[in-house]
Design a protein around this ligand. Structure first.
Ligand code: HAM
Length: 414
């Protein structure tokens, strides 16, 4: 045997036993978001690299070191999408969605790629469910989105705490940035190397540092939240009042930093106490300038994304097995054709049927029927067809054409 080929580090297979929980999560997402008028949009897995460089921000970790970027063979640089907001904005502009009634409310679910150091809850290919509302700056948009994520997490029985803050406008932020840079320069020697080297490039990231010296300095650092102008402050107060109305608990966290540069005003994150180091289950915020930055008309917008694997890690396990109505077994190999024919007829009648595919002995076939949880077994042999009720063990002769109806009569309504 030659060397075994393995999956790349930080990736995982979705095994059959993992599927029911993922399917249940997708169903809940569709129900929660669809029920609020959000429509599904799926964008390509790869995009022009420029979309993320311009959209997510050149100074972010994602763009600096986490993107899977390659030449597509035709001299164009493309990137496996590290996030979904910039692609949704691109699609919004490309399809003229600004001409529709606003806001345009969209959701998505699919794989994303970041070259991060793999650990529990942090992968290089992971799945997100996300929701974005484009075309309105009403605080009700922010509040609705946050309540929907809170409700989705609650339905999935994911325990999570909500932290929220406001980053104001880029203009307020520019002024604040100068003040923060001056403060960091004054404490330069106490800071970690990583932060010190990036004081001018991305001073806000200092709030995210785990370096003890940096943390101590940041305790007393000036806060952007205290520098917000009246309109931004009113927006924040309106959003949080609506969260109160909906009974969603929140906590102001003026140190909240998100790893993406496009945010304005509201930013938030749901954190699960059950997850260890990678505790962020979902997060997002408002991005009022992003659509314009990508070449579209001025379009205020807001959204979030939540990590599927992290939600599943902290959710209640889902036990779900497809109901097998019938297993078709046969006494001799010459009945194999007839067995497949019977299974096909029963399936076309809308029932779940499995058929013997491994040439087992009759005893082995009955064991297999039991293993898959079949309600009935149709047994084909020299004496015709028998139908065996696997609950009662009772068995009787039956015309093959009558099997589907006999099984259907006993089937509980789904
Ligand atoms: P994000 O905070 O970078 O935001 O990612 C959202 C969620 O994706 C995280 O809370 C986490 O659960 C999950 N996630 C991120 N990276 C990984 C990873 N390497 N492994 C496993 N799970 C991960 C965004 O992506 C923004 N696009 C959210 C947004 C939408 N903002 C506005 N609209």
């Amino acid at each position: 045997m030659s060397d075994r080929v393995q999956a790349p580090r930080g990736t995982f297979d979705v095994l059959p036993q993992d599927e029911p929980a993922r399917a249940a999560l997708e169903r809940e997402a569709r129900r929660t978001l669809g029920g609020a008028g959000y429509q599904r949009l799926e964008t390509p897995i790869f995009e022009a690299t420029e979309l993320f460089a311009r959209g997510v921000g050149e100074a972010t970790d994602i763009v600096r070191k986490e993107m899977y970027t390659f030449d597509d063979g035709g001299g164009r640089s493309v990137t496996l999408r590290p996030e979904g907001t910039a692609p949704v904005c691109r699609a919004y502009v490309e399809h003229g969605m600004h001409k529709l009634a606003q806001p345009v409310k969209l959701w998505y679910l699919g794989p994303f790629f970041r070259r991060e150091a793999p650990q529990k809850g942090r992968y290089r290919e992971f799945f997100q469910v996300g929701a974005e509302a484009l075309g309105s700056d009403e605080p009700a948009v922010d509040a609705e989105l946050i309540v929907l994520l809170a409700d989705l997490l609650q339905t999935l029985q994911v325990r999570a705490r909500l932290r929220i803050s406001s980053l104001g406008t880029p203009e307020t932020r520019a002024q604040y940035r100068e003040a923060l840079i001056a403060y960091l320069r004054a404490h330069e020697r106490e800071l970690g190397t990583d932060v010190r080297e990036r004081i001018d490039l991305n001073p806000l990231r200092a709030f995210d540092s785990t370096h003890p010296g940096t943390r101590a300095v940041m305790e007393l650092a000036p806060r952007l939240f205290d520098a917000l102008d009246d309109a931004d402050r009113e927006h924040f107060d309106a959003v949080t009042a609506m969260l109160d109305d909906a009974g969603v608990e929140w906590k102001l966290d003026t140190t909240l930093v998100r790893g993406l540069d496009y945010y304005t005003r509201t930013v938030f994150e749901f954190e699960s106490p059950d997850l260890g180091a990678q505790s962020g289950v979902g997060g997002g915020g408002r991005y009022d300038r992003l659509v314009e930055q990508l070449g579209g008309p001025p379009t205020p917008a807001c959204g979030w994304a939540a990590g599927i694997e992290r939600m599943l890690l902290s959710a209640e396990p889902v036990e779900e097995r497809a109901q097998v109505d019938l297993f078709v077994a046969y006494a001799k190999p010459q009945y194999a054709r007839e067995a497949l024919r019977l299974a096909t007829v029963v399936r076309r009648g809308g029932l779940h049927a499995e058929v013997e595919l491994a040439g087992r002995s009759l005893k082995g076939q009955l064991k297999q029927a039991d293993r898959v949880g079949a309600r009935y077994v149709a047994l084909l042999g020299d004496e015709g067809t028998q139908l065996k009720d696997m609950h009662s063990g009772e068995q009787h002769a039956i015309d093959p054409g009558a099997v589907a109806d006999a099984v259907r009569r006993e089937r509980p309504v789904a």
